[in-house]
Design a protein around this ligand. Sequence first.
Ligand SMILES: *Cc1c(COP(=O)(O)O)cnc(C)c1O
Length: 413
Amino acid sequence: MEKRFVYADNAATTPMSETAFNAMKPWLTENYGNPSSLYRIGRAAKEALNDARTVVGKCLNAAEPVNEKNDYAPGEIVFTGGGSQADNLAIRGFMHGPSSKGRKHIITSKIEHHAVLYTCEALEKEGYRVTYLNVDKEGRVDLEQLKAELSEDTALVSVMAANNEIGTIQPIKQIAELAHSVGAKFHTDAVQAVGHMHIDVQEMGIDMLSLSGHKFRGPRGTGVLYVKKGITLEPLVYGGGQERGLVSGTENTAGCIGLAAAMKEAVEGLDEKMGYVKKLTDKLVKGIMENIPYSHYTGDPVNRLPGTASFVFEAIEGEGLILRLDNAGVCGSTGSACSTGSLDPSHVLMAIGLPHEIAHGSLRLTLGEQNTEEDVDYIIETVTDVVKTLRSMSPVWENGHPNLTAATELHAH
Ligand SMILES: *Cc1c(COP(=O)(O)O)cnc(C)c1O
């Protein structure tokens, strides 16, 4: 097959859509006013920013706009510099703010993004108590454990809508109901979910929700925290008082407008685009599983993001796999994080109970609407070839089978 370039790492970031780029352009060039300025080009920027807020609010089905300017007042939509900032503002801002009402307990899960996990760890050092929920082997949080851990001291439950490594979708509506039963609030990191599955903050009982522009073909460095009316947070950045005083600093007007344009485009065409992406992903999973022996699918086979295909291959090192795929023009990622200087495979693969020596051979391929059937054929052929080559050179592969004893010894440390 002819060599191609195939981008299959859409969970890491996505190529910006033409619509988002065109919406941004004038706000980077002729419309450069500071939204806080009183003259005409400043007011125009402020208005465009609030229109973007309205678009985001509508996509999430946030509460109806209440003032004559059509704002989601008093600011349920807070623009941030990305998903990580939104997560930090939600968790730290809530626990430090008055809405936590002096409660000191947070419940989250073991498979959250580090923007959530490390924020919780930082709060533990300040004396807050954090419970990290277990997940089952397909990555679903343990609801019985959640019920048992909830108490009158629980201020916040934070569970992601969908996982970034294995694609598992959590029962967030049920989790929100359980949180509310003890008077706790519910935050969800929906960075992978927004633009890829239906989200309705009112219907799902969500009090706070994080999203990121670049995960649905908007610009990198833009995000939103949805904060339900009535919740008061401690600011993330102090200064000029922008974004309800929560994230001070002159607004990234073009970025917010690009985020809103990309979000509208993603949400409006959701069913059609995701139906297409899911068909490609199903074909990819089937091809890989049929072609490669000693391979395992990871994540929930039913309740998963439409574009996520994640695997582990026995007797394979993820890093070598990624580099060889790159040579063949395929961009994917691995949860075996030798590249980050750690010998441990990802916390997500550990939490779903994979043995070390198998988790080291993980591959995540995440497709988007810009991928084609030909891309999928090429990925299947390329991954099959690369896995075969790597195994032929591996000390833990013998006569077409993994040598499990050797594998265990290799990774024992
Ligand atoms: C990408 C991602 C983030 C971080 O978003 P940034 O905009 O890159 O800061 C947080 N949570 C999840 C689940 C993600 O996939």
